[in-house]
Design a protein around this ligand. Structure first.
Ligand SMILES: Nc1nc2c(ncn2[C@@H]2O[C@H](COP(=O)(O)OP(=O)(O)OP(=O)(O)O)[C@@H](O)[C@H]2O)c(=O)[nH]1
Ligand SMILES: [Mg+2]
Length: 308
């Protein structure tokens, strides 16, 4: 499957509700757009993962354009497209890169969300663009985590800084940043152990890692990415809230979009917490990470829902 098709597959649940419920509504030829129609449209949109705010905005827009006239499917689809796009574009921002010296990226998220794999893929992207990358194996909680990152580092050609199992992740982060500075590396990416947004002590540990990093480079970490498993569905909202508040997350990597079908949730996540999606993960291989492009995302969603 090509990238665009994999993106489509990842959005198929959101697309499916649009494709069945919304399309059914649009098919009733000659029907007038009235309060009942708008209410049904709102209910169908809310059943996708796009969130109540986007649904409401679409309903208002369709009401303004079509009230008391017959349904025009193209107008409704256009309204869906432009509302989703506007919301995603408003928040979109490329990865922040340091003006000079190494760019430091801290990577966080709940257990198993795809952090370590996403780090490997991101590092691979940088290396293939000619950047030198040092990784910090800050998941000192599980010995296997260090091995996993070391294996990736060897494979993609990145250097790695490791800590003893059970050692302080902040000290690993410190050493990784120090190595990046002294060795003239362009990129330093720091892995962390998975944790729940409700585990206050572990969230404080992330804050401590950030403090240690910014003592070395005041503008760092330049990004603190939250890796969200696209299958998390609505749970992604509480993860985004918790990690933004406690760990100062600045952006999202939406991992496992290839197997999820629930990627639509990124619309309310982006909107409610002002967290732009920076990358999407579409598989387990080193090159299965793509920059998030709102136009492409919305096109993939609507192409499936409303094939021409
Ligand atoms: N299909 C698919 N699988 C992925 C993707 N990203 C990660 N995975 C898989 O998800 C599993 C967990 O990935 P990890 O990168 O180890 O997740 P983690 O967040 O580092 O996990 P912990 O360190 O245990 O919290 C692995 O089997 C990965 O290969 C993706 O984009 N697509
Ligand atoms: Mg990991």
């Amino acid at each position: 499957m090509g990238l665009f098709d994999r993106l489509r597959a990842g959005l198929s649940k959101t697309a499916q509700v649009l494709n069945t419920d919304v399309r059914d509504l649009l098919k009733r030829e000659g029907r007038l757009v009235d309060e009942t129609f708008l209410e049904e449209l709102r209910a169908a949109l809310v059943r996708t993962d796009m969130g109540p705010a986007a649904a409401e905005a679409i309903v208002v827009d369709v009401g303004e354009r079509l009230r008391a006239r017959v349904i025009e499917p193209d107008v409704v689809i256009d309204s869906i497209r432009s509302e989703l796009l506007r919301r995603l574009l408003e928040r979109s921002a490329p990865l922040r890169i340091a003006d000079d010296g190494p760019t430091v990226i801290l990577v966080t998220g709940v257990n198993g969300s795809g952090k370590t794999t996403s780090i490997a893929k991101l590092a691979h992207r940088f290396v293939s663009h000619g950047n030198r990358v040092v990784l910090g194996a800050g998941d000192t909680f599980r010995a296997a985590a260090v091995e996993q990152l070391s294996m990736w580092a060897g494979r993609i050609g990145a250097e790695i800084i490791r800590g003893e199992p059970g050692s302080d992740p902040a000290s690993v982060a410190h050493r990784a940043v120090a190595r990046a500075v002294e060795g003239g590396f362009e990129i330093c990416i720091i892995d962390t152990a998975g944790r729940l947004q409700t585990q206050a002590n572990l969230m404080q540990e992330l804050a401590k890692i950030r403090r240690v990093i910014s003592k070395q480079i005041p503008a760092a970490p330049h990004e603190t990415l939250l890796v969200i498993d696209a299958t998390a569905g609505q749970n992604a909202l509480s993860q985004a809230k918790g990690f933004k508040e406690a760990a100062g997350c600045t952006g999202i990597v939406l991992a496992k979009l290839d197997g999820s079908a629930r990627g639509g949730v990124i619309v309310p996540v982006t909107e409610q917490f002002g967290l732009p999606v920076k990358f999407v993960g579409l598989g387990e291989a080193a090159d299965d990470l793509q920059p998030f492009i709102p136009e492409q995302f919305v096109a993939a969603l609507l192409e499936d829902a409303f094939p021409a």
